[in-house]
Write a protein that binds this ligand. Sequence first.
Ligand code: SF4
Ligand code: SF4
Length: 96
Amino acid sequence: MFGFNYLSNVATLKYDPGKCTGCGVCVQVCPHQILARNNGNIIVKNSDACMECGACQKNCRFGAISVRSGVGCATAVINAALGRKSSSCCCVIEGE
Ligand code: SF4
Ligand code: SF4
């Protein structure tokens, strides 16, 4: 899945460098390697590849990252696996 892009310019990922301490925890937990350390801050390498899992936000103790988790492909994949039909995305079509 690395390098896979979801829809362009719709990711809800937001980064506030003013709150960031550069601890690097978000970089470690991101399953898609979207984030990277850069001179005490973070750079978002490719927000279109963000699956909005929310791991970065949950693990940032300083509130420097926000993302609307549970709105993207991850939720659709999980719902489909559980047989729910309440969600769909570009890779899981409702009812299939
Ligand atoms: S976890 Fe938060 S404070 Fe730490 S590097 Fe990431 S955004 Fe910055
Ligand atoms: S929401 Fe998930 S995929 Fe997106 S940047 Fe954060 S940890 Fe990475």
